[in-house]
Write a protein that binds this ligand. Structure first.
Ligand SMILES: Cc1cc2nc3c(=O)[nH]c(=O)nc-3n(C[C@H](O)[C@H](O)[C@H](O)COP(=O)(O)OP(=O)(O)OC[C@H]3O[C@@H](n4cnc5c(N)ncnc54)[C@H](O)[C@@H]3O)c2cc1C
Length: 149
């Protein structure tokens, strides 16, 4: 097992973790982000983002790649691994990963986000996008009707 010393460990490389990494690295803190999947988190799976201030439209993967590059520009490092245990009981925090690396850090930022629960039904993958497209118009139809809720 290899033990590595850093200032800040960020658990989760979604929008929250990448943004935190940008700020801590820019403040000259030796920072790593540990991400078990693809960097960018949930939003990296969407094609259109229209509520990012200053940008009329962007895609999830592009926006996340830009924020990651921005964080890396200031020295932040992305580690592809999964955190499986933490110990926050002493001043120096300990983080253990699936690849059996151990990190010691002065601070830990938790940004593990969320994972939508999927229906345990046949064909759920095929209909995942369709369900949203159907649910949205149905919601729009029902909302204006008084007395329905
Ligand atoms: C299809 C879709 C479209 C969306 N569109 C928009 C939009 O247009 N505008 C908008 O504002 N929001 C949108 N959202 C919501 C947005 O994606 C979330 O609010 C945002 O991703 C939350 O960011 P986060 O960093 O907190 O968490 P997440 O995005 O959930 O990222 C958390 C990350 O932590 C990692 N992680 C978790 N546990 C561990 C562990 N133990 N070890 C290592 N890594 C770990 C996960 O792999 C994940 O990558 C959309 C969401 C989806 C699913």
């Amino acid at each position: 097992m290899a033990t590595k010393q850093v200032d800040v460990v960020i658990i989760g490389g979604g929008p929250a973790g990448l943004t935190a990494g940008l700020y801590t690295s820019r403040a000259r803190l030796n920072t790593i982000i540990i991400e078990r999947g693809r960097p960018g988190g949930q939003i990296a799976s969407t094609t259109a983002i229209e509520n990012w201030p200053g940008t009329l439209s962007s895609s999830g993967p592009k926006l996340m790649a830009d924020i990651l590059a921005h964080a890396e520009h200031f020295g932040c490092r992305l580690i592809k691994d999964e955190v499986i245990a933490v110990d926050f009981n002493s001043y120096e925090k300990t983080i253990l990963t699936k690849k059996q690396d151990e990190y010691k850090a002065k601070a830990v930022i938790l940004s593990p986000g969320a994972e939508p629960r999927v229906l345990g039904v046949k064909g759920k993958r095929n209909f995942a996008a369709g369900a949203f497209l159907i649910a949205l118009p149905v919601t729009l139809i029902f909302i204006p009707m008084p007395g329905w809720w």
